[in-house]
Every structure is written in C-alpha cells, then in structure tokens.
Design a protein. Structure first.
Length: 259
C-alpha cells in the first residue's frame, strides 16, 4: 500500500484512501475518482499524486483538485436528488458534442452532484444524483443487488412464456457475458409491438436493449420506472425533487445490506 512521504504524514489510524476522500467531496464515485487520480488532476500537500492506494488524513492534509482545495468532509453537505430524465439527454456532467445533459435540467446547486449510474441517450426515466460518493458506489455495486424496474416497448409480438423462459430462467449469452433479468411480465401487445415490465439488478451497459435485440425484438422505447423502492410518482419528464431524510436512510440501509 502506498503512502505519502511528506513531513505532514499523520498516524495510519487517521488516514483513508485518497479516492474515498475525493468521493466524499462529491467528485464522483470511487471508481470515477480513481480515474481523476490516474489523470494527475489531484494534489496532496502541493504534490501530484497518481498512485492508487495512497492514504491521506482529510482533516490535516491539503487536498486539491484542478488547483481548488477540497473542504474537509465534515463541512460538505450531502445532496440527494431524484430526476425524471427525458429522452435525448446525456447522463453526464458535460458533453463534448454539445448535446443537452441532465445538468441542464437542474438549477444552480450549492454542491456539485453527479449521477448514480447512467441511462443512455434515448432512455428516459429515474436517475439519482448526489455528491455522496460512498453511497453512489454502494448503490451501483452488483453485490448489493439493487433492483431497477423498466417499462419496455419492443418490436414484434413476444409471448410471455418465451420471455420468462429465455430471460429469467435461461438468460442470454452474448460473447462471454450471461445476461439475465430478475423478473419479466407481458403488459400488452398490439398488432406490431409488445410492452413488458422488466426488473434487473446488474445494470450493465445497454443491458435491456442488448437482451431484447438478442431475442430478435429491438427496443423501441425504454423507461426506467423504479430504483430500489423509489419511483417517478408525481414527476413529469425533466422534473426533479430532493429525497426525503427517510428515503436517504433507507438507501443507506440497502447499501450496507450483506447478501
């Protein structure tokens, strides 16, 4: 494990990993903060740190990102937002192509927030934003199996028996990946299309779309309707609300749950 070799080094019992401190400061999840370290954007006591595993004392060491000093974690108020993302918005803080991002839907905030997971450009629905990097990391980690519900419109007529058998019991093999849903049910069919409700917990890249494409039923519309116990109730596309203290507590309890 690497440590900073400076005269300001503090006892090991008071130190934590640098990426954890950055996450607590709202710069992203721990994985995202690891990238910031590797890119040379972080300084500790004036020195650039690029080695993962470096430990610091957030109360005494001077930690800065892009030249701006981070306040001690205790001084950073936590923010938790539930947003109804419309289609054609990027789940990112900015987009190099100039497309609108979910940040365009929020007013100026006292704290920098980032999305928990992602929804692709043409997917609408529930997305969480926060500056609580530890909670974000836990909620997106597969080991906690946080359920996510989707409303899916696919091309063609699909039988519920086929969907349950292939998607829940057998799963879909795509290369080295084995994709499987937690539950699936047929809501309705029209002369050309089918609507289904799908629940899964892994949240791999474009997972729902890839699953139905493999079945020969391309996704025409996709909407995330649920994240854990949270829903879109009372919100229209583009609208948002703060989570209640009770909702935050329940998410924290889920993130600590051992499977």
């Amino acid at each position: 494990m690497a440590f900073l070799g400076t005269e300001k080094m503090t006892p090991i019992s008071n130190t934590v990993r640098l990426q954890k401190v950055l996450a607590q400061a709202g710069l992203g999840s721990r994985r995202q903060c690891e990238r910031l370290i590797l890119e040379g954007e972080v300084r500790v006591n004036g020195k650039v740190v690029t080695e993962l595993g470096t430990k610091v004392n957030p109360q005494k060491d001077v930690i800065s990102y892009k030249g701006k000093r981070l306040p001690p974690p205790a001084k950073i108020a936590k923010v938790y937002i539930l947003l109804y993302k419309p289609r054609r918005f990027i789940t990112s803080l900015h987009d190099e192509e100039g497309r609108p991002t979910i940040m365009n839907l929020l007013p100026p905030l006292p704290q920098r927030v980032f999305p928990v997971g992602r929804l692709d450009y043409n997917t609408e629905g529930l997305i969480l934003l926060t500056n609580d990097g530890e909670l974000a990391h836990a909620l997106t980690h597969p080991s906690h199996e946080i359920p996510k519900g989707y409303l899916v419109k696919v091309k063609g007529i699909i039988e519920e028996k086929e969907a349950v058998s292939r998607l829940k019991k057998e799963g879909i093999h795509l290369g080295q990946e084995h994709l499987r849903v937690d539950s699936v049910s047929l809501i309705k069919t029209t002369s050309k299309n089918s609507w289904l409700s799908v629940v899964l917990h892994e949240g791999k890249n474009r997972e729902v779309r890839r699953i139905f494409e493999a079945l020969g039923h391309p996704v025409l519309k996709l909407k995330r309707t649920r994240f854990a116990f949270l829903s879109l109730e009372g919100l229209q596309p583009g609208q948002w609300r703060l989570l209640t203290p009770l909702e935050v507590k329940r998410l924290q309890e889920l993130s600590r749950k051992e499977n």
